[in-house]
Design a protein. Structure first.
Length: 86
């Protein structure tokens, strides 16, 4: 998954312990214990690996209009991944 520099650095440093994503078909397959590799935008050359500790599905999440179209938000909802850096 791709991340902007600020959240990437916060996860890398251990300050950010969760990540919110659209709960589309790709994210529905991710479970506790799985590994996610985040790539830092824009070059995508720097990467970090995290383990999913848990997940919570929610219908809506504040301030996501700048990331996802409203119709996709309504269709899929969101998932909050609790994560730890490996």
């Amino acid at each position: 998954m791709r991340l902007n520099p600020e959240p990437f650095e916060r996860i890398k440093s251990g300050l950010k312990k969760n990540e919110v994503r659209l709960n589309d078909e790709k994210r529905k397959k991710i479970s506790a214990g799985d590994t996610i590799i985040f790539s830092k935008r824009p070059e995508l050359s720097e990467k970090i690996r995290v383990r999913v500790l848990g997940r919570k599905e929610v219908k809506s999440f504040p301030n996501m209009d700048k990331f996802y179209p409203k119709e996709e938000q309504d269709k899929y909802g969101f998932v909050i991944f609790d994560i730890e850096v490996l």
